[in-house]
Design a protein around this ligand. Sequence first.
Ligand code: DQA
Length: 146
Amino acid sequence: MKTIHILNGPNLNLLGTREPDIYGHKTINDLEKMCHEKALEQSFKAIFKQTNSESILVDSIQEAIGEASAIIINAAAYSHTSIAILDALNSFEGYVVEVHISDISKREEFRKFSFVSLRADFVIMGLGLDGYIKAIDKVVEQISYK
Ligand code: DQA
């Protein structure tokens, strides 16, 4: 079974209570369940992780190397700051989808640039948690028959 690593950065553990007008009312556990179900439907295995730590996020990307067919990543605030995360993603040879729950192109200036976008094969933003479902669809479409 092909594996997708779904990696989430800082403060996404607070989904459901954090700025619900921007990020919605569903929790990270709801999101994890949705992702597992969607991946299984497509005969993929999802490994779902969340961390507040940049170094653990880098470690998680490195763990995906040689193991995952694709990475779906919402690096959250580190998207806008982390060359280390970009470097780690550049070492991964599989398909990369960047997800943002909110539309970062329509928010503060400092959110408009993402280092992750420099490596991502596809970027989804502004679709709420459904963006993760769309990201899984995109991965399946890209790599199912390879
Ligand atoms: C986010 C957008 C980022 O700017 C922010 O720092 C986050 C979440 C999103 O999913 O919309 O924590 O990545």
